[in-house]
Design a binder for this molecule. Structure first.
Ligand code: 2PG
Ligand code: MG
Length: 431
């Protein structure tokens, strides 16, 4: 038993220059834990509320209310509690807010506190965070297969193209280092192609190249060219992964691709993706249809579940009950795990465990608004969940997380890299 003696929230700033919540947990032995809340732009309707002050200052994005939650009721409840019992700490936080989406305390307040407790417990146990996670949740730690963005789009690029994330995975790599090397080659090959076309215009929110394309499919064509220019045969060592983030452009059941001035229903949307899956080496698709389009998600999984990884993000919002429902419905076959969607570490791990039990994949993920916090590198490795999505291959709020995995690799061993195992049920492994 080691008691918490202080909980302190402070305002810091994220990768978009917006205020966010940092929490310090101090223990009776002087050790401490610290974590920072990330923030999404394409947010699921059912995820924990990111509590903001509103009004005109800081574009309404102030976090004084969330800080008041941390420094008031949360600090009061957690002070004196045992840092070694994460579940009891998270339950104490939940006990302060019975609303389903943590609208009273704010998910930003709860996630920073819950993660700071996890860091504090690891420090107290004199363990690296990944090791503490593996031991606490009885998991086999392993270095994850990264999903890395090459072009950003959707809400992360002012809607310049409709699709949100054009990413690569390197399942054919034999080490995490090799993934980083290949990604460097593909990322800069993509930049060269954009420069040659006179379309190099900086980067989007998560560091991927700005998507100066005339159609969504042109981004896919360019990504394939970049993989080839990097000396790779698309679909062999390197495959494509897409986050469609379809909820962002769906209204009343109609999907509107603004860039192409094209509108379609759910079944036409799925047919369009069918064509892309046929024409490009795509191994994983996240949120192919709207978060409210259950029939569409079931239909998409029926058609492609035996060849693609189908990941629910907005559709499942890191909620164990929704994952269990998704398993029963046969909608998706993998879950994106974002701790701030759930609001606490314990709920996020429950979600992961529910997915794992059903043989689903799990991808621990960053948000588009990020910081120097590296908790997710440790969570993904410690849980041995198989995959990690962090954004692109530039900007320190992204690189800090890839680099942390390299440090973990030195302690854990390069041979724990999972390689293509998470894609074992896809065409990539079956070819
Ligand atoms: C997503 C994330 C990360 P956001 O949709 O998967 O790319 O975006 O944090 O804006 O929800
Ligand atoms: Mg997503």
């Amino acid at each position: 038993m080691t008691k918490i003696t202080a909980v302190k929230g402070r305002r810091v700033w994220d990768s978009r220059g917006n205020p966010t919540v940092e929490v310090d947990i101090t223990l009776e032995n002087g050790l401490m834990g610290r974590a920072i809340a990330p923030a999404g732009a394409s947010r699921g309707l059912r995820e924990a509320i990111d509590l903001r002050d509103g009004g005109s200052a800081l574009s309404g994005k102030g976090v004084d209310k969330a800080l008041a939650s941390v420094n008031g009721p949360i600090a009061q409840a957690l002070t004196g509690m045992d840092i070694e019992d994460q579940k009891a700490l998270d339950d104490a936080i939940l006990g302060l807010d019975s609303s389903p989406m943590k609208e009273n305390l704010g998910g930003n307040a709860t996630v920073a506190t819950s993660l700071a407790c996890l860091h504090g417990a690891a420090a107290n146990a004199k363990k690296a965070l990944w090791r503490h996670v593996a031991d606490t949740y009885d998991c086999t730690p392993a270095l994850p297969l990264p999903e890395i963005q090459i072009f950003g789009g959707g809400a992360h690029a002012s809607g310049r193209v409709d699709i949100q994330d054009f990413m690569i995975m390197v399942p054919g790599a034999s080490s995490f280092d090799e993934v980083m090397e290949v990604t460097n080659e593909v990322y800069f090959a993509a930049g060269d192609i954009m420069a040659q076309k006179g379309k190099l215009a900086g980067v989007a929110d998560e560091g991927g190249w700005w998507p100066m394309f005339d159609s969504n499919e042109e981004a896919l064509e360019t990504l394939v060219s970049a993989i080839e220019k990097a000396g790779e045969k698309p679909g062999k060592r390197v495959v494509i992964s897409l986050d469609i983030a379809a909820s962002e452009f769906c209204e009343n059941g109609r999907y509107r691709l603004a860039l192409e001035d094209r509108e379609m229903d759910s079944s036409a949307m799925i047919d369009m993706l069918d064509k892309w899956i046929t024409d490009y080496p795509i191994a994983a698709i996240e949120d192919p249809v709207d978060e409210g389009d259950k029939e569409g998600m079931i239909e998409f999984t029926r058609r492609f579940g035996d060849k693609l990884q189908i990941i629910g993000d907005d559709y499942l919002v890191t909620n164990a009950k929704l994952v269990e429902q998704g398993i029963a419905d046969n909608a998706c076959n993998a879950v994106l795990v974002k701790v701030n969607q759930a609001g606490t570490v314990s709920e996020s791990v429950d979600t992961f465990k529910a997915a794992q039990k059903a043989g689903w994949g799990a991808v621990v993920s960053a948000r588009s608004g990020e910081t120097e916090d590296v908790s997710i590198s440790h969570l993904s490795t410690g849980l041995g969940c198989g995959q990690l999505k962090v954004g692109s291959f530039t900007r320190s709020e992204r690189m800090v997380k890839w680099n942390e995995c390299l440090r973990i690799q030195d302690e854990l061993g390069a041979d724990t890299f999972v390689g293509g195992a998470p894609l074992k049920n896809t065409w990539w492994a079956k070819q």
